[in-house]
Write a protein that binds this ligand. Structure first.
Ligand code: ATP
Ligand code: MG
Length: 164
């Protein structure tokens, strides 16, 4: 199971549809993808997008206060977006996720009026369905499978009980 693709549209600094493809590793080599850019260019926003798509409910974790904060708010040359959408595609050939698909795409979309939806391979599902699927595959929201900016500090300074 590996992350193979991430699509963002209207999410924070990504007004236009943006697609990131991640290369699979072969048996003996893991691959590492690095995102490089100047301060404030949107690197951490990509990590936020992954976390959000996986069902994150805490706006604080996403470095915002209200839902609208994650929708592109416009710039001098570009109108603000009406919705934010992130799709994350996971290669599931090893069936780590208990669904009958070799490829699983999770989509989360939210509109400015607050309407929100989750899709699994294009079909509407509940957040709970996605949470269950991910938890069974060991990609829970609190498992440090996505480590955002500042979380390393938290790991290093937490008490033994918290770390456990
Ligand atoms: P650093 O190197 O400092 O960690 P970074 O590349 O990680 O920077 P991010 O934190 O991902 O940068 O992006 C911050 C930028 O995202 C800010 O310029 C902020 O204005 C912009 N931003 C955040 N939310 C939105 C939004 N809803 N609409 C438009 N821009 C946004
Ligand atoms: Mg950053």
């Amino acid at each position: 199971m590996y992350l193979s693709r991430l699509e963002l549209q209207g999410f924070k600094t990504f007004p236009k549809k943006t697609v990131l493809e991640f290369q699979p590793g072969d048996k003996n080599k893991e691959t590492l993808t690095v995102i490089v850019g100047p301060n404030g260019s949107g690197k951490s926003n990509i990590a936020d997008a992954i976390r959000w798509c996986l069902g994150e409910q805490s706006m604080k974790q996403l470095r915002g206060k209200k839902t609208e904060d994650i929708i592109f708010s416009g710039s001098s040359g570009k109108a603000r977006s009406g919705f934010a959408e992130v799709s994350l595609t996971i290669n599931n050939e090893d069936k780590a996720m208990k669904v009958d698909y070799a490829e699983v795409t999770i989509t989360r979309r939210v509109y400015r009026d607050g309407d929100a939806e989750y899709l699994l391979n294009g079909k509407r599902v509940r957040l709970a369905d996605i949470q269950l699927l991910l938890a069974e595959a060991g990609v829970g929201q609190r498992t440090y499978s996505v480590i955002g900016q500042g979380m390393i500090d938290h790991v290093l300074t937490s008490s033994p009980e918290e770390r456990k």
